[in-house]
Design a binder for this molecule. Structure first.
Ligand SMILES: Nc1ncnc2c1ncn2[C@@H]1O[C@H](COP(=O)(O)OP(=O)(O)O)[C@@H](O)[C@H]1O
Ligand SMILES: [Mg+2]
Length: 262
């Protein structure tokens, strides 16, 4: 039995002859609300790793434990219910629905009352609806989206749509949130804002696993960093340790668009 929040034990993924992840281990332990990043050059296997943690890909070998429970190979919706949620860069957005409606909709998908109780309008379901509406407002507030709660998605700029995607992930009330390149395509101002909000999410007690190319953002926000290189983990440590790790520097040499911000 593991006391870790999340643990990957030597997980591997092979696509035919290609080894996308090889015996990758990661332990998310200690206080909830830490930010742990996974970095590495393009094609290093970061997204594959996240997909195995969240159930979108089944590991070829190894185990994933959430609060000590073996979740290896479980479907994503079951893993989400157990508290681990992955948000997508390409979140489903309905142009005519408002920000509030998107978060409420995501809530509906995760509500505790069964569908039948809702259809019948039973008291338990009505209570649930009220509670979900409140927490949707709370989530919009946390994400600094309250001002646009009633604005249709088609009027929202890219930066806010990205935050809305994360808000929809939070509607599942996760304990662990996986963010795969949440700041990609954002301008510096939007990135700064999104980084600050990511910090607030963590401070609210949600542990965050982050894949991000923006090294300045990664170094600023992470409690710990894991480095993948050709599918293998080559280093793990604090931002300071990673910045000074010769193997990591070597791995990034020649990667002109992904310098470590040294
Ligand atoms: N579904 C798939 N089928 C075959 N190869 C894949 C698949 N997904 C990823 N790969 C390969 O696995 C490697 C790691 O990919 P990925 O995890 O997306 O890397 P990263 O997110 O670090 O850029 C790459 O060589 C990629 O082409
Ligand atoms: Mg990727």
């Amino acid at each position: 039995m593991s006391s870790a929040i999340l643990e990957a034990r030597q997980i591997s993924k092979r696509f035919g002859g290609l080894v996308a992840n090889e015996d990758v281990s990661l332990v998310l332990a200690g206080e909830p609300g830490q930010v742990v990043s996974v970095i590495g050059p393009n094609g290093a296997g970061k997204s594959t790793f996240f997909k195995m943690l969240s159930g979108f890909l089944r590991p070829s070998s190894g185990q994933v434990l959430l609060h000590g429970q073996d979740i290896t190979g479980m479907p994503p919706h079951r893993i989400a219910r157990l508290g681990l949620v992955r948000t997508f860069q390409e979140t489903t957005i309905f142009p005519d629905l408002t920000a509030m409606e998107h978060v409420s909709l995501a809530h509906q998908l995760h509500r505790e009352a069964g569908d039948l109780a809702v259809v019948l309008g039973l008291p338990r379901a009505r209570e649930d609806e009220a509670r979900l509406a409140t927490s949707a407002a709370d989530i919009l507030e946390l994400m600094e989206l309250s001002a646009v709660a009633d604005v249709a998605a088609r009027h929202l700029p890219q930066g806010l749509l990205r935050l809305l995607g994360i808000a929809m992930g939070l509607a599942a009330r996760p304990q662990v949130l996986l963010l795969d390149e949440p700041y990609a395509g954002l301008n510096p101002e939007e990135t700064n804002r999104a980084v600050a909000i990511t910090r607030k999410i963590a401070a609210s007690g949600v542990s965050i696993l982050l894949v991000e190319h923006d090294m300045k953002a990664v170094m600023a926000i992470s409690d710990r960093i894991h480095v993948l290189y050709f599918g293998k983990k080559i280093a793990e440590g604090t931002p300071e340790e990673i910045r000074n790790n010769p193997q990591v520097i070597e791995a990034y040499l020649g990667q002109e668009d992904k310098e470590l911000g040294l």
